[in-house]
Design a protein around this ligand. Structure first.
Ligand SMILES: Cc1cc2nc3c(=O)[nH]c(=O)nc-3n(C[C@H](O)[C@H](O)[C@H](O)COP(=O)(O)OP(=O)(O)OC[C@H]3O[C@@H](n4cnc5c(N)ncnc54)[C@H](O)[C@@H]3O)c2cc1C
Length: 374
């Protein structure tokens, strides 16, 4: 190490980038190492045929936190994209989230009162009483049988790789039901997609003379050296791997993405279409150009099919599985983490928590405040 650094940041995702940026603004010298060949972690986007392709799944920025919204807007201009996914169930198309358009398509109802009566009738006919014992009972108790069978069951079983009757009820505590003709998926005040993609956000955060970035570099190839050579380390990789899985493995769900460029201008007419039947092996198809209202080559489009997958060591750990067993194992790891005075564990993998982008930015800014303004 020819230069003296104050911090080593492991992982050039959103958490690592916010921390590195804020540390550099405070005059700290920061080295960022990233095991992938590129920065930006899972929000990485890459231009293909003039289209920003979300390489690790569809990413829609949404928040009601004005501070976070202002913060991220320093690094990109956001468009007015509103997430309005559509479900394809055996060739029938239904708007999501469940709203008057969905109910009208399903049952021919026209008013909120008619829709509410239909749902109440289905719930009563299903005779689910008492504490729901599994996800199926929970979903039916909340929304009735039609929506459960057509729009929830197949999708959820594919996502988790388990039968709905074997999944715990707590996975869906509530289902967003809207008695208006409003297809906007999120209730947040602010929503959009950065014009020109997400990668620029992280690149701009890291473009500082006090920050050096090294990609294709795995912390675990040289862990002892890094811990020895840097006064402070911000670690955003898997917390169980940091401790060599000594208390056991935390569980993750993984995904496989199948991306294709097609010689058509408009493949599916929407950015996100969910396949909610059990037979289609993927959960959704993303058509990336619709995130920027058709920008890019008018003769071509890029689509990605998303296949849920079991996780095993070596796979990308996309989602933490925050059930009771894993959460209590994580707490044990967090106790070990507290005994590492010079290491800060942050982000989705370091804190084993399903964070959205705005939550990661918020968490990183809280960490920055604790670190520098104490
Ligand atoms: C499929 C999918 C869809 C999503 N959709 C949305 C959405 O619509 N809206 C939203 O707000 N959020 C969404 N998210 C969440 C969003 O991706 C995360 O909030 C955000 O990327 C987390 O940032 P992070 O820095 O914590 O983690 P990451 O982005 O995972 O960054 C961690 C980085 O650390 C690197 N790393 C790990 N281990 C090591 C090591 N040993 N050595 C060196 N580097 C290492 C990794 O390669 C990675 O680049 C989605 C996530 C997924 C998986």
């Amino acid at each position: 190490m020819d230069k003296q650094y104050d911090y080593l940041v492991v992982g050039a995702g959103l958490f690592g980038a916010v921390f590195a940026h804020e540390a550099a603004l405070r005059g700290k010298r920061v080295k960022v190492i990233e095991k992938r060949a590129h920065v930006a972690g899972n929000i990485y986007t890459k231009e293909v045929a003039g289209i920003q392709v979300h390489q690790y799944g569809a990413h829609i920025f949404h928040t009601s936190d004005r501070e976070v919204w202002n913060y991220v807007n320093q690094f990109a201009e956001f468009n007015r994209y509103t997430n309005s996914p559509v479900a394809n169930y055996h060739g029938h198309m239904y708007n999501l989230p469940f709203n008057m358009n969905t109910f009208s398509e399903l049952w021919g109802v026209r008013t909120p009162a008619e829709a509410a009566a239909k749902i109440a009738e289905q719930k009563a006919a299903a005779k689910v009483s008492g504490q729901p014992r599994n996800l199926e009972e929970q979903a039916i108790a909340l929304i009735g049988t039609d929506i459960y069978h057509k729009l929830i069951k197949g999708y959820t079983e594919k996502q988790w790789g388990q039968k709905a009757t074997e999944l715990p009820a707590f996975i869906i505590r509530r289902l967003p039901v809207r008695y208006t003709y409003d297809n906007n998926y999120f209730n947040d005040t602010y929503q959009g997609i950065p014009i020109g993609g997400y990668t620029q956000i992280v690149e701009k955060m890291l473009a500082h003379p006090e920050i050096d970035v090294e990609t294709n570099t795995d912390f675990f190839a040289n862990k002892a050296h890094y811990l020895n050579a840097y006064p402070r380390v911000v670690f955003t990789g898997m917390i169980d791997q940091f401790f060599n899985y000594q208390l056991g493995e935390l569980a993750y769900r993984s995904l496989r993405f199948e991306t294709e460029t097609l010689p058509v201008g408009n493949y599916q007419g929407n950015a996100v279409i969910n396949y909610t039947d059990a037979e289609t092996p993927y959960t959704r198809i993303i058509e990336h150009k619709h995130f920027e209202f058709g920008k890019g080559d008018p003769e071509q489009t890029v689509i990605t099919r998303e296949y849920p997958a079991n996780w095993q060591r070596g796979d990308e750990p996309y989602y933490p599985v925050n059930n009771q067993t894993n959460n209590s194992l994580y707490k044990q790891y967090a106790k070990l983490a507290a005994q590492e005075p010079n290491v800060i564990f942050g982000g989705r993998l370091g804190q084993y928590r399903y964070y959205d982008m705005h939550q990661v930015i918020h968490a990183a800014l809280v960490t920055v405040a604790t670190e520098f303004d104490k």
